[in-house]
Design a protein around this ligand. Structure first.
Ligand code: MG
Length: 374
């Protein structure tokens, strides 16, 4: 590996407030810096810290080289560069500790750009109008063409940026300024809106939301059910009463489609099946309307933070014909689960007169449900 990373985390972050510097504050249960370090997993990392943070830094991932920073940002970067001198590193990425959301794609693009340039840094064009102001009043406007919002990591050929820092008088806003002062060419690489620098308290909420998106959890479950025909003049299927010359035999209302769907949701949650939650041995569920079961399953999903992304129910029978009722069934299921009807599919097939469904001894149903969290 000839590419190393310097993470600058020696600042005190006065704009954020709070007892602890922002790079050490908790973001989804871990210090911001733990997220930042995770973004560079696999690279050798030099972490430049404030001397007061030594104890905190010792709790972070092993294998990170700790270096104490200086009074200014460029002094801290120089300390990091000097720690890498003589190690054989040829490329270096210099990154703000308070940007925990940088993507590996951006890192790869920056490293690749060093094949053709001394330096490469991410930035986004300024799209808002720019004003000058004084004492709360607008005093002028500023042409935004050609202006960029700079981000990190900023990537450089190692020897060139070390020499540039050693020659710089200090006071630079970032390492691109240092590089340019030494005559290095720096390529602008398209940055990422999500690569925010945590500066104000509200930035933590944005970062949390972004990390939740990364951690999206998708659960798939299936369900299968069969009920036999018996005497009767209607069947309940997916919450709709369908006239028929037979009924369906069952402990509850025998809504075979809704039972399959309910089991699919329990399955996605790895929480068993209807029989576990509503034992047939318990007389209170005799003749129960199946929407109680379905509402219970979706309630368990909701309690765990999952929502139904979609479900698909297939009824297998020769008779009754499902097509004329399918839309009403989708509406009924969607209402019970409190989701948009477009997330609910009900369809049917025959079994070509084969087997028990083909002989019209009963109806089978299969169902799939997808739950998502995050
Ligand atoms: Mg059943």
């Amino acid at each position: 590996m000839d590419t190393a990373v310097i993470i600058v985390a020696a600042g005190r972050g006065s704009r954020m407030g709070g007892e602890v510097p922002k790079q050490w504050q908790s973001l989804r249960g871990k210090p911001v810096l733990a997220h930042t370090l995770a973004a560079f997993a696999g690279f050798p990392v030099v972490l430049v810290i404030h001397p007061d943070d030594r104890a905190r830094a010792d709790t972070l991932a092993a294998g990170v080289t700790l270096v104490e920073g200086g009074a200014t940002r460029d002094a801290s970067v120089l300390a990091g560069l000097q720690a890498l001198a003589g190690t054989g590193v040829t490329r270096v990425l210099i990154h703000d500790g308070a940007r925990p959301l940088v993507s590996s794609r951006l890192v790869e693009r920056l490293i690749a750009a060093l094949d053709t340039h001394d330096g490469a840094a991410p930035a986004l064009p300024v799209t808002d109008a720019l004003w000058r102001g004084d004492a709360g009043l607008v005093t002028g406007t500023q042409d935004r063409s050609g202006l960029y919002r700079a981000q990190t990591p900023q990537a450089f050929r190692f020897d060139a940026i070390l020499a540039a820092h050693l020659a710089h008088p200090g006071g630079a806003a970032d390492d691109v300024e240092v590089a340019r002062a030494a005559g290095l060419d720096v390529l602008i690489v398209e940055g990422e809106e999500s690569n925010i620098k945590l500066t104000y308290p509200g930035d933590f909420a944005r970062a949390e939301a972004s990390l939740r998106g990364d951690a999206m959890d998708v659960r798939l479950g299936n369900g299968y059910d069969v009920h036999a025909f018996c005497d009767g003049d209607h069947v309940w299927l997916c919450g709709v009463k369908v006239p028929h010359r037979r009924g369906l035999l069952g402990h509850s209302d025998a809504d075979v489609g809704m039972h399959a769907l309910t089991d699919a949701i329990y399955g996605a949650l790895a929480l068993g099946d209807i029989g576990r939650h509503f034992p047939p041995s318990d007389p209170q569920w005799k003749g129960a309307a199946s929407h109680i079961f379905l509402a219970h399953a979706i309630g368990l999903a909701d309690a765990q933070g999952y929502r139904l992304a979609n479900c698909d129910v297939t009824l297998v029978c020769e008779q009754p014909k499902i097509g004329p009722h399918a839309a009403a069934m989708q509406t009924a299921l969607a209402r019970i689960m409190a989701v948009e009807v477009g997330r609910v599919s009900v369809k049917a097939t025959t079994s070509e007169r084969l087997g028990f469904t083909g002989r019209e001894e009963g109806i089978a149903a299969i169902a799939t449900a997808t739950l998502v969290r995050g």
